[in-house]
Ligand binder design. Structure first.
Ligand code: ATP
Length: 361
């Protein structure tokens, strides 16, 4: 038994009947007890993967192992999985208690009513819905319904919990609260969890690690901070980060990177960060807004288009080379729309990408 590979997916592919290849040769593993976020834009294949793990969908090829054993030919009900769906899928005619205990009173290992109630009570307490036991789902708020769905998924004490966008029907404030609760709950129960989301902030805040997908392919499988500091490619750098990263078109010559009205000497970059020898040509220089800073002698000359307040900082927006770019500035800095400013970049924090999106610096 290898706890680092409690869930293991190897060379997984899914081609739907219409010929669409939704998952293309995906491999990853999940450590026992970890909460891992599957992140990516709509249509990248997150739900397809979850459904293959749950056994609701057959892979076209590849392997899925739970605790070292292949489950590809195992029935969904025998996979020891709890699944929380996006729309909760509660039974509307049953009370909360009946919903939560339902999985325990059906199927071949069914418990007595008294036993089922006892286990249900335990998970209702953990999810803080004990007082709602006699209510019908229709009378509950979104957050309460979510808790019922989680209690129902946990009641069979599954080995693995799958959650598909579980917070997407909640308002912003409640989402923040419930995501903290979900993390605390899965950690206290100790259950290995795969959590699907398209929201990078949500993934960064709750994931022990994040697997970012695009177009059926893993773009990066890593700790949250590395998506900021060491993005694998242009897609990752642009998908993760709020405000989004700034991208500048540059031309590389023998000694310089030349943009529209600034030039960076290659000698000023850290040689050790170059991933390979670069041929001359077109590249994208990308830098996060927190690393584009106001400086009296800064080489980037910009006119402030707009200033947006985000909590204790502001985003200064400017247009460069017909593309919008951003710099994070403090609340106190006296700057307004239309001002001319000079900015500079922290050169040890910039990235360089080829036109294909490969990161080369
Ligand atoms: P979302 O966040 O919008 O739910 P997702 O990342 O979960 O997206 P999937 O639902 O896994 O994405 O879909 C991946 C791709 O496969 C999409 O292009 C989708 O249109 C396609 N797809 C999903 N189900 C089927 C199906 N039954 N037949 C054909 N194509 C499908």
């Amino acid at each position: 038994m290898d706890n680092n590979k409690f869930v293991e997916v190897k060379n997984l592919r899914k081609v739907y009947d219409n010929g669409h290849e939704a998952i293309k040769n995906v491999s990853f593993s999940v450590k026992k007890g970890d909460l891992v976020c599957l992140l990516g834009p709509s249509g990248c294949g997150k739900t397809t993967i979850l459904n293959m793990l749950a056994g609701l969908l057959n892979p076209t090829s590849g392997e899925i192992l739970f605790d070292g054993k292949s489950v590809v030919n195992v029935e969904p009900k025998d996979r020891h999985i709890g699944y929380v769906f996006q729309n909760y899928a509660l039974y509307p005619h049953m009370t909360v208690l009946q919903n939560v205990m339902f999985p325990l009173i059906v199927g071949k290992n069914k418990k007595s009513k008294a036993e089922a109630e006892k286990v249900a009570q335990k998970y209702m307490e953990l999810t803080q819905i004990t007082e709602l036991a006699d209510q019908k789902p229709g009378n509950l708020s979104g957050g309460q319904q979510q808790r019922v769905a989680i209690a129902r998924a946990l009641v069979q004490e599954p080995k693995i919990l799958l959650m598909d966008e579980p917070l997407s029907n909640l308002d912003a404030r409640l989402r923040l609260k419930i995501r903290e609760e979900i993390r605390a709950l899965v950690k206290s129960v100790g259950i290995t969890t795969l959590f699907v989301t398209h929201d990078q902030e949500e993934a960064l805040s709750i994931g022990d690690k994040i697997i970012l997908f695009n177009d059926g392919i893993i773009q990066q499988d890593d700790l949250g901070q590395n998506f900021y500091l060491e993005p694998n490619n242009y897609f990752v750098a642009n998908f993760v980060g709020n405000p989004v990263i700034d991208n500048f078109k540059v031309t590389k010559t023998e000694n310089e990177l030349k943009a529209n009205d600034f030039t960076i000497q290659l000698a000023d970059l850290k040689q050790a960060r170059f991933k390979r020898e670069l041929p001359d040509g077109e590249y994208t220089l990308s830098v996060r807004p927190e690393n584009v800073v106001l400086a009296p002698d800064g080489f980037l000359h910009a006119t402030v288009d707009d200033i947006e307040l985000i909590g204790r900082e502001r985003v200064l927006k400017f247009t460069y080379d017909n593309v919008q770019a951003r710099s994070l500035i403090d609340l106190e800095v006296p700057i307004k729309h239309g001002d001319q400013v000079n900015l500079t970049m922290k050169l040890d924090r910039v990235f360089l990408f080829t036109p294909d999106g490969e990161r080369v610096y």
